[in-house]
Each structure stands twice: as structure tokens, then as C-alpha cells.
Design a protein around this ligand. Structure first.
Ligand SMILES: Cc1cc2nc3c(=O)[nH]c(=O)nc-3n(C[C@H](O)[C@H](O)[C@H](O)COP(=O)(O)O)c2cc1C
Length: 224
């Protein structure tokens, strides 16, 4: 695939075929993703690539804790709730997804099912947990670098026909992930990525999210 085709065609995938993803293909994708730049080439990222029974245990653990109302326990700062244009964009993409899935605004059960789907990693055959070296805790460069590698990862996956969705839902109950993925104490859990072959019949997979314009985002200085 051409670069533009990958970048413009990629979208988050939230419905997967059950088919397994070969380990060699995931290794190839990780190798490409790790060409991402990082602060001083520190490469703070590490990956726990989970499938099969351990992933099923994480799905169960996440679901049980969320249903029981266990408060979120992420391992990094999350900031205050979205407001203003950020909240509007958050609602915008949720509306697109709910509309594609035929979930009505007042259908609490269907909305709950949708949320739980996220805590099951969208039933993807693979989940990649991105962690970073605890020694680097406190530097904002480190999550920035993890974001760079995550973006490269989902684009590399897309270029090979695989779908993915970067998500926080998978790591909101971090002790569950830590236990079943055997995450080392010297690692901080940053984010999860569900990965697998897209189910073309799953309506939400067709959603193309909007973007603000270059005019809104960019300030050009000294051009004329
Ligand atoms: C840091 C981060 C966290 C995200 N968390 C979730 C999540 O918990 N659940 C989800 O369904 N999507 C999640 N997403 C996917 C975003 O909703 C998605 O990237 C955004 O709406 C743009 O859509 P696109 O990826 O299809 O272009 C997350 C994306 C990022 C980068």
C-alpha cells in the first residue's frame, strides 16, 4: 500500500474475525512500528502481546470489575473530564459509532453492551499492551514516544490488512492486565491496542471519524 492510502484509509476497528494472527506477522509489524522516533532515541516502549487463554482471563477480569463498579486504576495521569470542543468531538464520534450500530440514545442496555465490548478488547484475537520503562516515569516525553510507536503500529498493521484500535478501556483495570500478562514491576502500563483481521460486516468498522481542518489546527508564522 502507498503511504497516503494507509494513513487516509486507516480507521479504528472494533469488530474482528476470530482468526488468529501469526506471531511472525506481529513481530514484523512491531519491527516497523519501532522505527518511530523517540526522545534522544530512548525507545522507552515495550510490548506485551497477548492472545488465547491469558487474554480471555483479562477480558473476564476487566468485565467483572467494571460491572462491580470497581473504580478505574490507570497507571498515568488522566487530566480533567473533557469540555468544550474536546467534549463535542468525543460526543461526535460516539454518535457516529452508535448510529452505525443502531444503538438508540435511550437504549441503556445496548449502550452498556457497547462499553463492555471495549473492556473485552472488542473480542479481538490479540491485544498488545504498551508499557514503558519505570525509570523514565515523570517525563512527558515518554508517553509522547509511546504515542508515536502506537500510531506507527496501527498504520503498519493496516498496511498488512490487519485492523486495530488503540484504547484505554483495556488498561483501566490495570491490576487485571498486570496479573494475567505478567507485567514486570519495572514497567508502567501505558495503553492497549486490540489487533486482528477486520470483520467487514461489523457496522462500526465503516465509521470514518472527522478531523478539524488545517486552518483550525495550524498557525503559520513568517510565511508572507
Ligand atoms: C489514546 C487513545 C485512547 C483511545 N481509547 C479508546 C477506547 O477506550 N475505546 C475506543 O473505542 N476507542 C478508543 N480510542 C480510539 C479513538 O476513539 C479513535 O482513534 C478516534 O475516535 C479517531 O477515530 P479513528 O481511529 O477511526 O481515526 C482511543 C484512541 C487513542 C489514541
Amino acid at each position: 500500500m502507498e503511504f497516503d492510502e494507509v494513513i487516509l484509509g486507516r480507521r479504528s476497528i472494533r469488530g474482528y474475525k476470530p482468526d488468529p494472527v501469526p506471531r511472525a506477522l506481529i513481530e514484523e509489524i512491531l519491527q516497523i512500528a519501532m522505527r518511530a522516533p523517540s526522545s534522544m532515541n530512548t525507545q522507552p516502549w515495550n510490548f506485551y502481546v497477548i492472545t488465547g487463554e491469558p487474554l480471555d482471563r483479562i477480558r473476564r477480569g476487566n468485565t467483572e470489575r467494571m460491572i462491580a463498579g470497581v473504580p478505574q486504576s490507570r497507571e498515568f495521569r488522566t487530566g480533567k473530564p473533557f469540555a468544550g470542543p474536546h467534549r463535542e468531538r468525543q460526543i461526535g464520534v460516539a454518535k457516529q459509532l452508535f448510529s452505525a450500530m443502531g444503538i438508540a440514545r435511550n437504549d441503556a442496555d445496548a449502550r452498556q453492551d457497547w462499553v463492555l465490548r471495549g473492556f473485552r478488547q472488542f473480542d479481538a484475537p490479540v491485544c498488545v499492551i504498551i508499557t514503558y520503562d519505570r525509570d523514565l516515569d515523570g517525563s512527558d516525553d515518554t508517553p509522547f514516544d509511546c504515542g508515536a510507536v502506537a500510531t506507527a503500529l496501527v498504520n503498519a498493521a493496516w498496511s498488512r490488512g490487519l485492523g486495530a484500535v488503540i484504547n484505554s478501556q483495556g488498561i483501566m483495570q490495570s491490576p487485571v492486565v498486570r496479573e494475567h500478562a505478567g507485567i514486570a514491576d519495572d514497567q508502567v502500563i501505558m495503553k492497549s491496542i486490540a489487533l486482528g483481521w477486520p470483520d467487514e460486516t461489523f457496522p462500526a468498522n465503516a465509521v470514518v471519524s472527522t478531523r478539524k481542518s488545517v486552518d483550525e489546527a495550524a498557525v503559520f508564522v513568517g510565511f508572507e
